[in-house]
Write a protein that binds this ligand. Structure first.
Ligand code: UT7
Length: 335
């Protein structure tokens, strides 16, 4: 009997800017200190995209080109490109369209997905469905966020948390049981009161007043979001494992959204996972929103083995959260 067609991740790409913003730099900008930031979040430095007119597409384009180079394909072979972002270059057109234009993905259709820190997971399920439908053979999904564009660098409660970066994966059809196996995704719109960028949309268009009131920056009720995030991410990952009859021993890797090391630890504990199975790069990049999960895959790609079962888990603004189960399709060393 032939296997059901699945969407396998067949390549990973990533890109982060060279400029670093360290905890020592932040100590000179706001009333904070390295000890507080490291113990409360796990972050030591972040990358910042500098330059007039540079946006998330400038992070995403090199990440997708990296992926194409590694897989040995030309961007013109991409059928569809999805960009997960909360920091689009402009309100419209979609950043995905701009990325396609920059990299020469001339045969792709494309669109953005806005699900904040769960953007990569939400788009992964969307992209996998396009492959599973049988209509598309090469779907690229890129999580890209220039968080520095919406961070208030006088607000110590948020400016220490976020960084810029992009990570991308290629999905292709597979009939051997590799790829996206299951996902559990949730939203709770009442979360809009806890984590948001208030102005610039249709409800509160940009005005002198919105700028003066700093409403184009991120607002986060940190403690409240923390409580929702610990529960949401851990519950989703655990439920996903349970309904697939898996225990911590069966899982090779947890790829968690990198918002706070304490939230990641709580999720790993709930899954009974040893710390060495948890992908972690928050200390170097901070919270890059839709880019955290693919940037982890990018950093750890050489350590993942063909057949490894991986749980990806996220929690973010919206609220949005969830977990996705993937069976890894290739050995980097064998390529
Ligand atoms: O990715 C999207 C989802 N987002 C998240 O998952 C983030 C969830 N939230 C968090 O990760 C944490 O709540 C934060 C890292 C944002 C904050 O950590 P916390 O342990 O919840 O701290 P807190 O907000 O309860 O603040 C504790 C104290 C306060 O001082 P008082 O009132 O106790 O005197 C803050 O004013 O720490 C103070 N504080 C700081 N001190 C030094 C807040 N920010 C800073 C700072 N440096 N940067």
């Amino acid at each position: 009997m032939s296997q059901k067609m699945t969407a396998a991740i067949t390549a990973v790409g990533g890109w982060v800017p060279e400029d670093k913003l360290t905890n020592a730099d932040l100590e000179r900008m706001v009333d904070t200190n390295d000890e507080w930031i490291v113990t409360r979040t796990g972050i030591k430095e972040r990358r910042i995209l500098k330059g007039e007119g540079k946006g998330s597409s400038d992070l995403a384009a090199p990440a997708v080109l990296d992926l194409c180079r590694k897989r040995g394909i030309h961007p013109a072979e991409i059928d569809c490109l999805i960009c997960a972002t909360v920091t689009p270059d402009m309100m419209f057109p979609a950043t995905a369209n701009i990325i396609c234009n920059k990299i020469g993905a001339v045969n792709a259709w494309s669109f953005d997905v806005g699900a904040a820190c769960s953007g990569f997971l939400f788009s992964l399920t969307t992209a996998a469905s396009l492959i599973e439908s049988g209509r598309y053979k090469k779907v690229v999904l890129v999580g890209a966020d220039k968080m520095s564009a919406i961070v208030d660098y006088t607000d110590r409660t948020t400016c220490v948390l976020f960084g810029d970066g992009a990570g991308a994966v290629l999905l292709e059809p597979d009939d051997q049981g590799y790829g996206v196996l299951d996902s559990l995704l949730k939203v709770d719109g009442s979360g809009k009161d806890y984590l948001y960028q208030r102005a610039g949309g249709s409800a509160y268009p940009a005005s002198i007043e919105t700028v003066t009131r700093k409403e184009h920056f991120i607002y986060q009720a940190g403690q409240a979001v923390f409580k929702f995030a610990v529960k949401g991410m851990a519950d989703a990952a655990y439920e996903l494992m349970e309904r697939n009859g898996l225990t911590g021993d069966d899982i090779a890797w947890l790829v968690p959204h990198q918002a706070n090391k304490r939230i990641i630890d709580a999720t790993a504990n709930r899954m009974s996972l040893a710390p060495e199975k948890v992908m972690l790069n928050i200390e170097r990049y901070g919270n890059t929103t839709a880019a955290t999960i693919p940037l982890c895959l990018w950093d750890y790609e050489k350590d993942i083995r063909k057949g490894d079962l991986i749980v990806l888990a996220a929690f973010g603004g919206g609220f949005t959260w969830g977990a996705t189960l993937v069976r890894w399709a290739y050995d980097t060393a064998a390529r």
